[in-house]
Write a new protein. Structure first.
Ligand SMILES: [Zn+2]
Ligand SMILES: [Zn+2]
Length: 181
């Protein structure tokens, strides 16, 4: 299994493999260590090993989604429609529709056989290479919204803190000028 996460030390996204025994991972770009929580794996009712929490931020809320490669999906459709347009230009309706049909089928097959991944609502880390389990939940807009609001509030609080610090600094400067005069 592997985790794709945002490294706060170098501000970049990195993907690192890990095992059930891993206690931490190191960023592939800047080598900064990211510690894991005590335990992050569990077993579901069928005995599958499941990821119980995000190893990066420790949040228990993860969602399950298809690992859809948008660029690949669009390329397949674009190629199909180009070829069918050529067939259409040659007044060959049979091939025009057959090509469209085949390419739509290929897209569908890609979708069906696509692997799943788990994503953390809180820090957006992605986890791949897990056993599938019926216990994993699909995306839930309410949970997403909850974390989104939390992030907005944190950002606002951070801005206020910076502003207060700056003000305090200005105040101190004023005081020292007065004391000097
Ligand atoms: Zn890094
Ligand atoms: Zn997380």
């Amino acid at each position: 299994m592997n985790v794709t996460y945002f490294c706060k030390t170098c501000d970049k996204v990195t993907r690192v493999p890990f095992t059930a025994d891993s206690r931490a991972v190191s960023c592939t770009r800047c080598a900064a260590t990211q510690a894991f929580p005590e335990s992050f794996l569990d077993e579901d009712e069928e005995g599958n090993c499941i990821l119980e929490r995000c190893t990066i931020c420790g949040s228990h809320e993860l969602y399950h989604r298809k690992q859809f490669n948008q660029r690949l999906g669009i390329s397949i459709i674009a190629l199909g429609s180009t070829l069918s347009t050529i067939a259409y230009a040659y007044h060959n309706l049979f091939w025009t529709f057959l090509i469209l049909f085949i390419f739509a089928g290929i897209d569908l097959l890609f979708y069906i056989f696509m692997k799943n991944l788990l994503q953390c609502y809180k820090c957006n880390s992605e986890f791949r290479g897990f056993d599938d389990s019926p216990e994993y939940q699909p995306f839930n807009l309410e949970v997403h919204e909850k974390y989104h609001q939390q992030r907005v509030r944190l950002e606002r609080a951070e801005k206020e803190r910076q502003w207060l610090e700056q003000e305090a600094g200005n105040q101190a400067d004023d005081d020292s000028t007065k004391a000097g005069a």
